[in-house]
Design a protein around this ligand. Structure first.
Ligand SMILES: Nc1ncnc2c1ncn2[C@@H]1O[C@H](COP(=O)(O)OP(=O)(O)OP(=O)(O)O)[C@@H](O)[C@H]1O
Length: 243
């Protein structure tokens, strides 16, 4: 169970990006975080995970986040990642084993077994010794998911993981995330494609600076909530939504 209590954050003390967002997710689930551009989706995650300054608190099973940090994995937006870093696919995945481990520290035989196992889950076992810079966007995203697996994270936050990736990678990732859910994990995904909401997610968080709605898809993925978050423009092109 993870609870967010009054998460707020601003930039330069001027732009209030997220305001008093509170909600709890009790059960293993895949949770979509949606909202218009600039709604504060990325900021919410960063502030809630204490990756930037903000206020409010996050608790895991009633304990402060600090005590459970090892269980939390965060995969940032692709454009925030430096692909030119000279590191192999295997080394990149192994970083999940020891969040505190330094680069180039020796990786044991046992570690490699865990890495190989994770790489085969994301169907990237043949790429272990390749440089990360050689991968496509979709392959790299699969590597980052493999890293959360070796970390054994139970709370996974993915910021726009499907932007610019191939359909095969998207499918492999969604299958794996469903498997993670069956293993008891809670997975949060910032996502912008509303057409896939019902297929991909069990629960939804709708944000526009403040929390608009949160809960099971069939309760909160409604025209009224989407209008509140996105305005009327979203309905111009139509689309199947619950009333
Ligand atoms: N580093 C920054 N400095 C100043 N303002 C920022 C910074 N990052 C984000 N913002 C502003 O904070 C607000 C929320 O941004 P955020 O990136 O969290 O939204 P988002 O919902 O993730 O957007 P998108 O869907 O476009 O990625 C926006 O108004 C944005 O311009």
């Amino acid at each position: 169970m993870i609870s967010f209590d009054k998460i707020s954050a601003s930039y330069d003390g001027v732009t209030q990006a997220v305001e008093d967002v509170s909600f709890t997710v009790e059960e293993p689930a895949i949770i979509g975080i949606i909202g218009p551009n600039g709604a504060g989706k990325s900021t919410f995650i960063k502030a809630a995970l204490h990756l930037m300054e903000g206020s409010g608190s996050t608790t895991v099973d009633g304990q402060p986040l600090e005590k459970r940090k090892k269980e939390v994995a965060y995969v940032e937006q692709k454009n925030d990642i430096d692909y030119s870093f000279p590191i192999t696919v295997g080394e990149c995945v192994s970083l999940g084993l020891y969040p505190e481990k330094r680069f180039y520290q020796r990786i044991t035989k046992e570690d490699w077994q865990k890495v190989d196992n994770a790489l085969s889950l994301v169907k990237m076992e043949d790429y272990r010794d390749h440089q990360i810079g050689e991968l496509s966007g979709g392959q790299f995203q699969r590597i980052l998911i493999a890293r959360t697996f070796v970390q054994d994270a139970s709370l996974i936050f993915l910021d726009e993981p499907f932007v610019g990736i191939d359909a095969t990678s998207e499918q492999i990732i969604m299958e794996l995330l469903n498997d993670f859910k069956d293993r008891g994990k809670e997975i949060f995904i910032v996502h912008h494609d509303l057409s896939k909401v019902e297929r991909y997610f069990d629960e939804l968080v709708i944000l526009n600076k403040q929390l608009i709605a949160q809960g099971p898809i069939d309760e909160v993925f409604t025209k009224a909530n989407l209008q509140k978050a996105f305005g009327d423009a979203i309905f111009v092109e139509g689309g199947r939504l619950n009333d």
